[in-house]
Design a protein around this ligand. Structure first.
Ligand code: NI
Length: 178
């Protein structure tokens, strides 16, 4: 319980989010209470880092799915580029990854609020001649427990196997808050 208290004090992800999913349905953080969640912030025009990280996150979810003793983990992708990543763009994009992956977008303000909650950094660079641009952003996969508490994060250096093992340990150690 002491660790739970410490996590509360870190207060990461405490404010929640209120966004549209890739089917146009409104989703809030409360909708995912009761589920283990993996959360990644990025953008669909990202040339290689986001696809790599989402591939890794999808592989982790698939690996955990093979263990019948564990509850299914819900992967979420929140855009940091809502100007281009509208509902149809996300709908097309999520199909490249795990079948349960949910893409989330919203107004600039809603997306900023969701990111702020996890202290996500995102900054759009200058547009090139084609109007294309890169968004520099935090590259972390966040683990959120069924109580909505942030438990851990994984950077690019962490392998699929390391992340899977870490999440498995968190899930086995989990005691539901009363
Ligand atoms: Ni990216």
């Amino acid at each position: 319980m002491q660790r739970i208290e410490q996590l509360r004090q870190v207060a990461l992800g405490q404010g929640g989010f209120d966004l549209l999913d890739h089917t146009g349905r409104r989703r809030t953080k409360a909708d995912f209470l009761g589920s283990w969640v993996l959360l990644y912030f990025g953008f669909t025009h990202c040339p290689d880092i986001c696809p790599d990280e989402l591939d890794k996150m999808s592989a982790v979810v698939a690996a955990l799915d093979k263990d019948n003793s564990l509850a299914p983990v819900q992967p979420l992708f929140i855009t940091v580029d809502p100007d281009r990543d509208d509902v149809p763009a996300l709908n097309k994009y999520v199909k490249d990854f795990h079948p349960r992956l949910i893409g989330l977008t919203g107004t600039g303000e809603e997306v900023k609020q969701a990111g702020k909650d996890y202290r996500v950094y995102a900054s759009a660079g200058p547009k090139d001649d084609d109007g294309d641009y890169i968004v520099d952003h935090t590259i972390l996969i966040y683990l959120v427990n069924p109580d909505g508490l942030f438990l851990d994060y994984y950077n690019r250096m962490k392998s699929e196997e390391q992340i899977t093992e870490s999440i498995r340990n968190h899930m086995k150690a989990y005691v539901k808050l009363l």
